[in-house]
Design a protein. Structure first.
Length: 250
């Protein structure tokens, strides 16, 4: 096997390993949610992570030019084992509403950036095609906002984290989605519309007027229509800024 083919196998190994890691983190999140909300949490589901992990570990012994073909076959087997795991996790996720996910993170404080990142990446690695389940996108939206924003207590204000963190996080999430590049002509009207919606939110003088207007639902509908472009590194900062405009207004 050529060096180029070996590199391709290695990249595939990294992506499958990352998907497995994100799935394991999501599994742990679901178990924590079931303990916190036993009356409404998702039911039990099959999850043989140990077998898939063992198969994945064996691949590392063959990531060399002489054994790369064996590694490729092993990765086929790992993927076959990972597919039902992911399907079980997604089925469990279907029983978790965006509201329940928010309640969980409002109650449970022992999480860090890595946990939030892995939960988001599980959705991204598992996404198939351009259309998103709206509830799943709402949950990813909440998690991304939680990851990328901070509260300034002295100013009673929510703001985004530093630009380096936002840039690196956005690039990492986009890479996990493995989506096609977005044309500049496609991006311009998206960012312009987000800026318009943000301006409408900021111009609203009271919470009552905000709830009485159509801008909040229009913004939500617009985000749902973005599909994969929601996570485009040039679009995501505009979404975060608009989310915070709404949050600070409320």
């Amino acid at each position: 096997m050529s060096v180029e083919e070996l590199n391709r196998v290695h990249r595939r190994y990294i992506r499958i390993s990352n998907h497995f890691k994100a799935g394991w983190t999501f599994h742990q999140f679901i178990q924590g949610l079931r303990k916190a909300f036993p009356e409404v949490g998702p039911p039990n589901y099959p999850a043989d992570f140990q077998r898939v992990y063992s198969d994945l570990k064996q691949v590392t012994q063959n990531l060399s030019e002489t054994a790369a073909e064996t590694a490729a076959r092993q990765l086929d087997a790992v993927e076959r084992g990972l597919v039902p795991l992911v399907q079980s996790l997604l089925a469990a996720d279907d029983a978790i509403s965006p509201g329940l996910l928010r309640q969980f993170f409002q109650r449970v404080k022992n999480y860090d950036d890595n946990i939030l990142t892995q939960l988001i990446k599980f959705f991204l690695y598992s996404q198939d095609g351009l259309l998103w389940n709206f509830h799943r996108l709402d949950k990813a939206d909440y998690l991304v906002t939680k990851l990328c924003t901070q509260y300034l207590e002295g100013q009673d204000l929510w703001t985004t984290r530093d630009q380096t963190f936002l840039r690196e996080t956005g690039q990492g999430l986009w890479a996990a989605l493995d989506a096609r590049p977005t044309a500049e002509t496609e991006l311009a009207p998206i960012t312009q519309r987000l800026q318009e919606l943000r301006g409408q939110i900021n111009a609203t003088e009271s919470i009552e007027a905000l709830h009485g207007s159509a801008v909040v639902q229009a913004y939500r509908d617009f985000k749902h229509g973005l599909g994969n472009r929601f996570f485009e590194p040039r679009v995501l900062p505009e979404i975060l800024a608009t989310n915070l405009a709404l949050k600070n207004h409320i």
